[in-house]
Design a protein around this ligand. Structure first.
Ligand code: NFS
Ligand code: SF4
Length: 646
C-alpha cells in the first residue's frame, strides 16, 4: 500500500501512479528482497579472502570461527570499519574535488568559478598558517587549495581543522591514539588493518575506525564545506520551496541529483542564459525550472534558493511524475534503477562524473575548465526533450511547502546573537537558563525499511516539543521542510514554550537547515563554538546535545555516526548498524565507548523512544553541569508574550 510506504502525500500520489503504470520502485525491490540475509544484517559474514566466504552461526550451534579462525567480534568489527572507510572516502573525495576546483579557479583555468567569500578565504588561510600579507585573492586561494590537498596526503602530524575541537577533546584523541594524521592515510590504514590476517582486536579495529571517521568530520567533510563556502559563497538564510509540486507543467524541468555542487552551481547560472531561455520558448516551454534531489539539492538550495524536489527515496518518484525532462547526476546516492525507470518515461538521464557512469546512459563528462559549456549542453538536451513529453502521462503532485534554509555555524547563531554581534552567548545563555533543554542534530537518509520521512518527523517533533533546538541536514532536512518544520511560523506551533520564545525573539524556525551531509561538519563547528563561549563545560561531551540518524541507509551515515560519537556525542541510529552478531562489539559501541570517548551509540527504531533517550541524555548532562532545571514543563505549548533576555 502506497500509504504505508511514505507519510509524504506527494510521494504517496506518485507511488499510486507507479502502481497503476506497473512501474517498479525501490519499495517493490525491497519487498522482493525479503527476508534479507540474517548473516549480513548481523554483520557476521566475511568475504575478505578466498578461503571464505565464511559465516558465523548466530545460534551458537554451527561454526563460531571463519576458516582463518576469525571470530564474530573480528568479523563484525572489520565489516563495520570498512563501512566507515567507505563513507569517509566518499565525503573526503568530495572535499578533494572542491580543493582542486579552488586551485583551478585561482590559476585562472576556469571562468566558471571565482572566490565568492573572500573573508572566509582569508580566515581559512590564517588557520592554515598561510601568510596573506601583500598577496592577492587568487594567490591566497591557490595556497589554501594546495594546503587543503596536503591534508589528504599528509603522513604525519594532525589535521588542521581538528584543532577547532576543544583543547580537552584534542588531548583525548592524542591520548587514545586516534587523532587523525592524514585523510587518505587513515582510510588506507583502515583497509589494511581489516584485510585478512591483520587486526583481530575489535577494540583496536574500532579505534582506527574512529580515527578514520574523524578524518571525515574534521577533515574531508569540513574541507568540502569550508572550500565550497569560499567558492560558491557562504549560505545565508534564504526562502525556498520543497517537494514535487515544484515541477512545472509548462516549463522544462531539470533535476540535479547527487552530491557535488561544482557542476550544478554552474547549471543554476546557465538556466538563466538568455540563449537557452529563448530555446525553451521555441520548444513551447515558458522557462527552465530547476529542482534538486539529495545533497546536490541542499547545496544549490543553501546558496541560490533553488527548490528541492525531494529526498533520496523521491528520486524515482520524481521521474514517475512524467514531468522531468532531464535528470543530471553527479556522485553518490544515485540509484542504478534510474536507468530503467527513466526509459519508461521520456526523461533523459545524464551522468557527468567519470566516477559514476551507468550503462546505456548518456555521459557528458564534466570538467571545470569548460563547466559553463557543459552546463549549457546538458540543459539544451533537457530543453530539446521537452517536446517528447507524453502529456497524458504527466501527473504532478500539488504539494509544496515554503521554508527557510541557509543556516551555518556563522549565520545561525549570529542571528541568535542579534544581527550585529557575532556571538554564541545568547544560545549558551538560553541553554544555561533552561529556556532550551539542549540541542539535537537529526540527520541522514531515508530507507524503505522504515516509513519514508516518518521517523525523522516523529523524532523531530518530540524533540522540539521538549524545548530541544534541532539542527538538520541532508535528507532529514528535506523531510522536515516538507511539513513546515523549517518555516518559522508553522514550525513554531510544534515547539515547546521555551523554544517558541527563542524562535519568536529571533525569527528562526525551531529546526535549522544546515545544509548537505558534508555540512554535518558545521554542527561540529557549532558545538565547538558553544564550548568556547563558556558556561557549558570544557569538552563537547559535556554539552546537553545528541545526534540521530533515524532512517539511515548509507555507509556515509556510519562514518558520520562515528565521528559524532568519537567527538563525544550520544548518537542514535534507527535500525541497528550491522553489529548485533557480536555481543562484544555491540556492548562496546552502545556502552563502553562512553567511558572512553564520552559518546556512545543507541539503536532504537521507535522515534519517540529514541527522542526520549536523547532528552534523558540531555537532562543527565544538564545535571552534571549543575544547570537550572528547564524553564517550562514538558510539552507546555501555551505561550504568553514574554520578554526575554536571551
Ligand atoms: Ni547523506 Fe546525501 Fe540522503 Fe543519506 Fe544520501 S543524499 S550524503 S547519504 S540518502 S542523507
Ligand atoms: Fe573467512 Fe577469515 Fe577469509 Fe574472512 S578472512 S573469508 S573469516 S577465512
Amino acid at each position: 500500500m502506497p500509504e504505508n510506504r511514505s507519510i509524504d502525500p506527494a510521494s504517496v500520489d506518485a507511488l499510486k501512479k507507479a502502481k497503476a503504470e506497473n512501474i517498479e520502485t525501490v519499495w517493490d525491490r525491497y519487498d522482493a528482497m525479503q527476508p534479507q540475509c540474517g548473516f549480513g544484517e548481523l554483520g557476521i559474514c566475511c568475504r575478505i579472502c578466498n578461503m571464505g566466504p565464511c559465516r558465523i552461526d548466530p545460534f551458537g550451534e554451527g561454526p563460531q570461527e571463519g576458516v582463518c579462525g576469525a571470530n564474530a567480534d573480528t568479523i563484525v568489527a572489520r565489516n563495520l570499519a570498512r563501512m566507515i572507510a567507505a563513507g569517509a572516502a566518499a565525503h573526503s573525495d568530495h572535499g578533494r574535488d572542491v580543493a582542486n576546483t579552488l586551485i583551478l579557479a585561482a590559476e585562472g583555468k576556469t571562468d566558471a568559478y571565482k572566490v565568492k567569500d573572500i573573508q572566509k578565504l582569508r580566515r581559512i588561510a590564517e588557520e592554515y598558517g598561510i601568510n596573506t600579507s601583500g598577496k592577492d585573492d587568487s594567490k591566497i586561494a591557490l595556497e589554501v587549495g594546495k594546503a587543503a590537498l596536503v591534508e589528504f596526503g599528509q603522513q604525519e602530524g594532525e589535521l588542521k581543522f581538528a584543532k577547532r575541537a576543544p583543547q580537552k577533546r584534542q588531548e583525548l584523541w592524542r591520548k587514545l591514539g586516534i587523532m587523525p594524521r592524514g585523510i587518505d592515510r587513515e582510510i588506507v590504514e583502515m583497509m589494511h588493518r581489516t584485510t585478512m590476517g591483520v587486526d583481530n582486536d575489535y577494540k583496536n579495529i574500532i579505534g582506527q575506525g574512529m580515527r578514520t571517521s574523524l578524518t571525515d568530520g574534521w577533515g574531508g567533510s569540513m574541507i568540502a564545506t569550508e572550500l565550497q563556502d569560499i567558492l560558491f559563497g557562504s549560505p545565508k538564510p534564504i526562502r525556498a520551496n520543497v517537494n514535487m509540486g515544484n515541477l512545472r507543467e509548462d516549463e522544462v524541468n531539470i533535476i540535479v541529483h547527487g552530491h557535488e555542487p561544482t557542476l550544478s552551481d554552474v547549471v543554476v547560472a546557465a538556466s538563466r542564459d538568455p540563449e537557452l531561455l529563448e530555446l525553451a520558448k521555441k520548444y513551447g516551454a515558458k522557462g527552465i525550472n530547476l529542482g534538486g534531489i539529495c545533497c546536490t539539492a541542499s547545496e544549490i538550495l543553501m546558496r541560490h534558493g533553488i527548490p528541492v524536489t525531494g529526498n533520496f527515496l523521491q528520486q524515482e518518484l520524481a521521474v514517475i511524475t512524467g514531468a522531468v525532462d532531464l535528470m543530471m547526476v553527479d556522485v553518490q546516492c544515485i540509484m542504478p534503477s534510474l536507468s530503467n525507470i527513466t526509459k519508461c518515461y521520456h526523461t533523459k538521464l545524464v551522468t557527468t562524473s567519470p566516477k559514476c557512469k551507468i550503462p546505456n546512459v548518456t555521459h557528458v563528462e564534466f570538467h571545470e575548465e569548460k563547466a559553463y559549456e557543459t552546463a549549457k549542453e546538458i540543459l539544451r538536451m533537457g530543453i530539446e526533450n521537452f517536446k517528447n513529453r507524453k502529456k497524458n502521462a504527466i501527473q504532478i503532485p500539488s504539494n509544496t511547502k515554503g521554508f527557510i534554509a541557509g543556516f551555518t555555524a556563522e549565520t545561525a547563531f549570529n542571528i541568535l546573537g542579534g544581527r550585529y554581534r557575532s556571538t554564541y552567548r545568547p544560545l549558551n545563555d538560553a541553554i544555561i537558563s533552561g529556556r532550551l533543554r539542549g540541542a539535537a542534530g537529526v540527520v541522514g537518509c531515508c530507507n524503505p525499511n522504515i516509513k519514508h520521512d516518518w521517523a525523522h518527523l516523529t523524532m523531530i517533533k518530540e524533540l522540539i516539543k521538549n524545548d530541544v533546538l534541532v539542527v538538520t541536514t541532508g535528507c532529514s532536512a528535506i523531510a522536515a521542510a516538507k511539513v513546515g518544520l523549517l518555516d518559522p511560523e508553522e514550525g513554531k506551533r510544534f515547539a515547546g514554550r521555551g523554544l517558541q520564545e527563542i524562535c519568536e525573539a529571533v525569527g528562526i524556525p525551531p529546526v535549522l537547515h544546515l545544509g548537505s551531509c558534508v555540512d554535518n561538519s558545521r554542527i561540529l563547528i557549532v558545538l565547538s563554538n558553544v564550548v568556547k563561549e563558556g558556561g557549558l563545560g570544557d569538552d563537547l561531551s559535556d554539552l546537553p546535545v545528541a545526534g540521530a540518524a533515524p532512517e539511515w541507509m548509507s555507509e556515509k551515515a556510519v562514518a558520520i555516526g562515528f565521528y559524532v560519537v568519537a567527538s563525544g556525542v550520544f548518537t542514535i541510529f534507527g535500525t541497528p548498524q550491522p553489529v548485533l552478531g557480536s555481543k562484544n562489539v555491540t556492548r562496546y559501541l552502545c556502552d563502553d565507548l562512553e567511558k572512553i570517548v564520552g559518546g556512545k551509540y543507541a539503536f532504537e527504531a521507535d522515534p519517540v523512544k529514541a527522542a526520549r533517550l536523547m532528552i534523558e541524555h540531555m537532562n543527565k548532562k544538564r545535571a552534571a553541569l549543575k544547570l537550572a532545571p528547564v524553564m517550562y514543563e514538558e510539552g507546555s505549548l501555551k505561550k504568553e508574550k514574554v520578554a526575554i533576555s536571551a
